[in-house]
Ligand binder design. Sequence first.
Ligand SMILES: [Fe+2]
Length: 432
Amino acid sequence: MEEDNSEQKPWYEDPFIQEMMGLMGARAMRSVMAGFKANLVFSGENGIADATKYMDQSLYDNEKRILVITDNFTKKFLPKMEDAFSNTNFEIKLWEGVKAEVPYETIEKGVQICKEFNPTILMAIGGGSVMDTAKIVNIKYEKPELNLLNIDAVSGSIGLHRKIKHLVAIPTTIGTGSEVTTAAVLNDTRRAPHKKIGITADDILPTIVILHPDFVKDLPPFLIMGTGLDTFAHAMGAYVSNWNNPLTTAINITAIKETLQYLPRLVKYGSKDLEGWEHMQWAALMAGLGFSNSMPGIEHALGHSFGALMEVHHGYSVGLFTPQSVAWQAKVTERWRDLCPIFEVEDKQMSRQKALESLIENIQTFIRKVGGAVAVREVKRPIIKEEDYKTKIPLMAEYALNDIAHLASYRPLRLENYLNIYKSAWNGEIIY
Ligand SMILES: [Fe+2]
């Protein structure tokens, strides 16, 4: 495997690129980043059968080898997919070795298995870590010479799909959106301290997605809230950013409406609400497409660092910073106005500031209603001590500044902005 374990920084930490990205968010420059990248989605009653048929017809018999990639928990879904392929000539092998947060050594292991088994299909069944592992294994299997730190968003494709014909994503949560994104996050465990690396390339977009409530309906309550809020944060953060096109605007707004309607139902009724699951699966997918084809908001820069240092779930973390993300961008764009009717704020009846504050309040109410937190002191899992949190703020702010999601903020943030936001977040106070 290629040596990319130097102390080299990923491309998006270059100060020049950070400055340039802010400028590129301007309308005049955005055409260079325009486009919409999406995949085949199979869902509903016949979704699995249709997807199976599609894969079966697209490969010669001597190519039919599927490596199913799962973690210890999602390997239980293997028999369901084996059943679906039982009348075909596919050889199916399971690798259940995915670990949370995608540590580097699991990538090496996955590549080794690929070399031995020669799969033509990688089928990821799981949440974000499983899908991201499959994406990065795909890169290192087909292009071992590529330096993962230098795969930048602007370059587009990196020349995959010569060996792996289909990268299949079967999400088992309602949040990550990784099934429809061109991005993956790796935890570079070769460094001390460990470092999260964002990787973006057109050809790690899964080619096939399968949605079915059976894969999600037994999610435990904490993950319904956590992953559901991740969806909410994707759609909200991407919507209020200036990085958008008419298609992402339509998709994000629908994802927000669906989440408002169906996430509280799932929190209340859980596995019984099949209609709710179907809607939230689509909402998660839409929000994934929405932010992947525009940009996530600063709730992700804030939430990534907060989650990493305080050991708080990703969706729980980014949900907490979503109101701040909306408020921050309101200084440079009026896109938050479109959210007012959705959150039942009669913005025309009040001053601009009052309308914005009412919107933020209603967003906070929704987050609390589904069990999320809007202040650090409200976080229950784990309980956070004020002193511990405050000592970690400087490092948290530094991490946020170098997060890939930081690049997308149309209103620039300096280190001191992050410091102030984190300080205020203890009580849930918003900085406008
Ligand atoms: Fe997220």
